[in-house]
Design a protein around this ligand. Structure first.
Ligand SMILES: Cc1cc2nc3c(=O)[nH]c(=O)nc-3n(C[C@H](O)[C@H](O)[C@H](O)COP(=O)(O)OP(=O)(O)OC[C@H]3O[C@@H](n4cnc5c(N)ncnc54)[C@H](O)[C@@H]3O)c2cc1C
Ligand code: FES
Length: 263
């Protein structure tokens, strides 16, 4: 884990709410694993005092570039939005446990919901390097959040999208399509990141088809380093101590955690 002042290389507006930040950070870019996150200090002023957790979208290890894909939601990301190329941002990371990358010469189904696509790009790239076929199933509210999906085309065998308003791809939730995708693609593992209700459904589908499944939880966090107990996750096994999303996760095997509790 490093605490670095990073220079902003570029700050790209994807649409009215989504942005991609590229930062120069030799150490974090070298070590970051798919599924890990960084804690960004969005302002030098007191408010907001807490850092904001953002997933590693992808890295260019040769250039030392770290890419973050974020959506403007509240105060912190509204301040972050004003960052320009050449500015400096203070970052703590890489943090947490990333996705399991032991899969080789096989097939993986990646399921993203909305901003859940953020950590899936590096995952798709790493799985591809291990000679796996990758299928991305992505569900979003509308076409806005699909503007960045083109970057998955080079690393995925197939990309299928569903929008709630039907503006692009299938109309409805992407989880409705999963049984058909699983039956034709036959993945060995499912990796998912998105709203809790979606991951609960994916856990159920994975169990029905007896497929291993990892979920990345975007539980609200404060410290991000295991100190404040602000990110507890209920373990599936009764009697086990609560888990901390920031250090035990954010990626967990689906059967290890209770997801229905959050709905
Ligand atoms: C491990 C992890 C990885 C994340 N990766 C990304 C990412 O790659 N890109 C990205 O855009 N966001 C990501 N998030 C969510 C991001 O941290 C929050 O959107 C951000 O902190 C909001 O800060 P804010 O000050 O703008 O909003 P706030 O003023 O703090 O909150 C504004 C609104 O956003 C909601 N909100 C805040 N945090 C979360 C959260 N964790 N989950 C759901 N709703 C939330 C609040 O309930 C509130 O309604 C991640 C969160 C975690 C825990
Ligand atoms: S965010 Fe503080 S313990 Fe996880």
């Amino acid at each position: 884990m490093y605490l670095e002042d990073c220079t902003v290389i570029s700050h790209e507006k994807i649409n009215d709410r989504d942005y991609i930040l590229t930062l120069q950070t030799e150490k974090i870019a070298q070590e970051a694993k798919a599924g890990q996150f960084v804690q960004l200090k969005v302002a030098d002023i007191i408010d907001p005092v807490l850092r904001r957790p953002i997933s590693v979208h992808t890295v260019d290890r040769e250039k030392g570039h770290l890419k973050l894909y974020y959506q403007v939601l509240g105060k912190g990301t509204e301040i972050l939005k004003r960052t320009k190329a050449g500015d400096t941002l203070n970052i703590l990371g890489p943090l947490g446990n990333g996705f399991d990358l032991t899969l080789k010469d096989s097939k993986a189904l990646l399921v993203g919901g909305g901003l859940g696509q953020a950590p899936l790009l590096l995952l798709a790239e790493e799985l591809g390097k291990r000679n796996n076929e990758v299928f991305l199933a992505l569900g979003t509210r509308d076409e806005l959040s699909l503007k960045n999906v083109i970057c998955f085309d080079n690393v995925c065998k197939e990309v299928q999208v569903a929008t709630e308003d039907g503006s692009v791809g299938f109309k409805g939730y992407i989880t409705n399509n999963l049984p058909a995708i699983i039956e034709s693609f036959k993945p060995e593992i499912i990796y998912a990141c998105g709203p809790n209700i979606m991951m609960s459904k994916i856990k159920e589908i994975a169990a029905k088809y007896n497929i291993k499944c990892q979920v990345s939880l975007e539980t609200r966090m404060a410290c991000g380093i295991g100190v404040c107990l602000g990110c507890t996750v209920v373990p599936a096994e009764e009697g086990k101590p609560y888990l901390k999303a920031c250090v035990d996760g954010p990626v967990f095997w689906a059967e290890e955690v209770v997801l229905d509790d959050w709905i």
